[in-house]
Design a protein around this ligand. Structure first.
Ligand code: ZN
Length: 379
């Protein structure tokens, strides 16, 4: 709690923060014990988000999205957390407008953080990977609110040769009734006959694949599965992601900024420093070359502690990115300006699209609980 106490008033001039201090502090003890597991619904029903907003709402929010598209009816959708419906995005934008929050570009967020201009709260909308549905479903909704967005492109995906292995894995499991995989060196037969069995198998295989020592081992394992189960992994990027031609037209829209998301969408922390630096610098150069515009912003693939840490934050800064975003949950605070290549985000998660959760997401309450009430997580 000391971290919270020390940083409590720094940069927060809101008198309501002081008023909220006492009840919020009492609540926090309860929250730590009880609410952490219960999640956002509990935050909503307890009303805690109302008390926590002045303290943990911060000066701004970077929202993280992937797909924006109409829902599918399939029972097995293991990547459902990576997509929201257009109407949920619309409701969030309307909610932000009702709160009088400015929706700004990443350049403008960078400017406000750098200049310590926090007279108005702001939000950015960031979309990772470069999916075509960003153009077809997200942009029209953003236009309704004249709201900018940034799309982080993995250059191999735009080339049509990238590997979206999490989608390949979904397709392998969707089509199979059983799968044999060498988990921890032992051939293991996983039941994938029913939707719950498929989900369990996906979780187990996802954990296994991400735990493999290198990118090559993981890609080999996925390639073997795809061959055995007749899934065309190489076609997925062309099917789902915007090509360079499409990105050129998309990037012409004044609301759109294109950022970098590496070349191959690799786990940077598992690469040598030379390769990690190459992935960052060359993806930027490829996008700049293809789109003839500067690329100043970065999103780390996966973006969690396993994939991006101090070394990657320093590399991004050295290579000259103005900002870089992680997937560590959190709002923006004045001190975020000291960690411009380790900015935290708030995920708009497909599992939490209930309108009543909008104020929880914008209050900072959920991310504060997840972070043990630390405001900045850049270690
Ligand atoms: Zn990504």
């Amino acid at each position: 709690m000391s971290e919270w106490n020390n940083s409590f008033f720094s940069g927060l001039s809101l008198s309501s923060a002081r008023n909220a201090n006492r009840p919020a502090r009492a609540l926090m003890k309860q929250l730590r014990n009880a609410v952490i597991r219960a999640g956002m619904e509990a935050l909503y029903f307890s009303g805690a988000h109302v008390l926590l907003r002045p303290i943990f709402g911060g000066v701004g929010t970077i929202f993280m999205l992937h797909h924006v598209r109409p829902p599918r009816s399939d029972a097995f959708q293991p990547n459902r957390h990576l997509e929201v419906e257009p109407d949920f995005l619309r409701r969030m934008l309307a909610h932000l407008r009702a709160l009088d929050v400015d929706v700004v570009s990443m350049d403008e967020a960078h400017r406000r953080l750098t200049e310590r201009n926090f007279s108005r709260r702001f939000a950015c909308f960031t979309l990772d990977d470069g999916y075509r549905d960003n153009r077809d479903y997200a942009l029209p909704v953003m236009r309704e609110f004249d709201a900018p967005l940034i799309v982080y492109v993995a250059s191999d995906f735009a080339e049509g040769c990238g590997r979206l292995w999490w989608i390949a894995l979904e397709r392998v499991i969707a089509a199979a009734s059983a799968i044999e995989v060498p988990i921890d060196g032992a051939m293991t037969r996983l039941d994938t006959a029913t939707a719950p069995a498929k989900q369990a198998a996906f979780n187990r295989m996802h954990t296994w694949l991400r735990s493999l020592p290198g990118e090559a081992e993981m890609q080999d394992a996925i390639a073997t599965l795809c061959t055995r189960h007749g899934v065309d992994q190489t076609g997925i990027a062309r099917e789902l992601c915007m090509s360079w031609d499409e990105l050129r037209a998309f990037a012409d829209d004044p609301l759109v900024t294109i950022g970098a998301h590496t070349i191959t969408h690799c786990n940077l922390a598992k690469q040598s420093e030379t390769i990690a630096a190459f992935e960052l610098a060359t993806s930027r150069a490829r996008i700049e070359d293809a789109l003839q515009r500067p690329v100043l912003h970065l999103a780390y693939p996966y973006g969690d502690r396993i994939a991006a840490g101090q070394r990657e934050f320093a590399l991004a800064k050295k290579i000259g990115f103005r900002t870089a975003v992680t997937t560590r949950p959190g709002m923006l605070f004045p001190e975020s300006a000291d960690h411009m290549t380790a900015l935290q985000r708030v995920s708009l998660n497909g599992h939490y699209q209930q309108p009543r959760l909008l104020p929880v997401l914008t209050s900072g309450a959920a991310t504060a609980v997840w972070n043990g009430f630390r405001r900045v997580d850049a270690a």
